[in-house]
Write a protein that binds this ligand. Sequence first.
Ligand SMILES: [Zn+2]
Length: 278
Amino acid sequence: MTKPCIICVAITGSLPTKANNPAVPVTVEEQIESTHEAFEAGASIVHAHVRNDDQTPSSDPEKFARLKEGLEKHCPGMIIQFSTGGRSGAGQARGGMLPLAPDMASLSVGSNNFPTRVYENPPDLVNWLASEMRQYNVTPEIEAFDLSHILQAIRMHGEGLLPGKLYVQFVMGVKNAMPVDRDVFDFYVKTMRDRAPHAEWCAAGIGPNQIVVNEWSIAAGGHTRTGLEDNVRLDRDTLAPSNAALVRRTVELCDRYERPVATWRQAREILQFSPAGD
Ligand SMILES: [Zn+2]
């Protein structure tokens, strides 16, 4: 059988607001409801940031705790992944929720430019976040905005600095960082195959290219990410009505390429997690 495809839904992010799309879930309650719908549609990982009431990004561990509790109740088995990247400049506060021991957390292992600022990930902060993830048994999802980030993650994993199975996400289409480029994508895949054959990879396209990167990763045997964090539209003229709608179009692509959509159990097996609730 072809390997099941894990669909990750990035529900909120740190940037889009209700002015961009009223379906962006902002409160913890909205996040739980939106995730539940996306889970039913086929997502098995939820990637989450939390927000303040005025929609600005937050890293409040109390909000993350309420979100985790609600997700465990309403989406049992789903893999919960918290973002440690959403508040550039916040230093160690970015990892303040790691003691909650979510299944996963995003981890950037290098710096790059974002649309209006530097996304700074200095070595001492990266090493500290990784050590917290080891301590609380949180599997990192490496956010690779550049080839050097992939190579750095492979090196860190080889040195035992990253707990769990190596899981690398290629992020393409962030303005001022790596664009959506087919040759680069192919080289990323080759790099993973050659240098980390036992690892898993996924890919996310930002903006209108979300569906393009979804298609590339599904066709190439990887996993993929969708959701309103990365893109708020179905097409140029249509706002995505929900995170679930974006998951559904990803499921349709899996069908087209004869990739079964991973259930949460299969996703946990692929990522070598213990069964839910343990
Ligand atoms: Zn994020």
